[in-house]
Design a protein around this ligand. Structure first.
Ligand SMILES: *[C@@H]1O[C@H](CO)[C@@H](O)[C@H](O)[C@H]1NC(C)=O
Length: 184
């Protein structure tokens, strides 16, 4: 009688431990630190962005949305809080893109986005394909300062492609892996 009661208590204890373990790992998963915000990138041809190497002439021409295949473009563009150029300057986007489709619409981009947003300061580096007329996701390969070790992606979408300054919405989706947040 006494031993079966003991077994019963033991089983209850085991169940409790198993449940505690599953809820605590679940709990941890839900507290993966992340940050989501949007800024606006303003690119003015021959002022903040330049063609450094011309692409091959027999592909697409130079327009607001296309550049010839192989064009090497370099930019240092302001990042602001709203789509208005006069809104608060909160960062810069420095990078390069190489036109990688024959229709001149897509490129491979490498960029470092340095931001000072709310209490956060630092940079994220991104690499990926950019479509000049559609939203594109760029994987985050890492970061510095407050963004050290981060992962995630940055979505860039065209807002205004007319005129000499083109505007892109830049959405940041930043995730800190558990080992980057343990000490903070
Ligand atoms: C930018 O500069 C290049 C080289 O000087 C010139 O050919 C091109 O027309 C300029 N583009 C604009 C939009 O001013």
């Amino acid at each position: 009688m006494a031993s079966s009661l003991q077994n019963y208590v033991l089983v209850l204890l085991l169940i409790a431990i198993i449940q505690f373990k599953t809820t605590s790992s679940h709990h941890h998963h839900h507290h993966l630190k992340s940050l989501h915000f949007s800024l606006y990138q303003h690119e003015t041809i021959n002022k903040t962005g330049y063609i450094i190497v011309n692409g091959i002439p027999q592909s697409a021409g130079v327009t607001e949305t296309t550049t010839p295949f192989g064009t090497l473009f370099v930019f240092q563009d302001p990042l602001t809080l709203t789509s208005k150029r006069s809104s608060k300057l909160v960062g810069i986007a420095e990078g390069t893109s190489i036109t990688s489709s024959f229709d001149g619409l897509r490129s491979i981009s490498i960029a470092k986005l340095t931001v000072r947003w709310k209490d956060y300061k630092g940079s994220v580096s991104i690499v990926g394909g950019t479509n000049n007329v559609k939203a594109s996701d760029h994987p985050i390969v890492g970061g510095t300062e407050d963004f050290m070790f981060v992962q995630g992606y940055v979505t860039s979408s065209p807002v205004d492609l007319t005129g000499i300054t083109v505007v892109y919405k830049i959405e940041f989706h930043i995730y800190w892996p558990p080992y980057a947040t343990q000490s903070s």
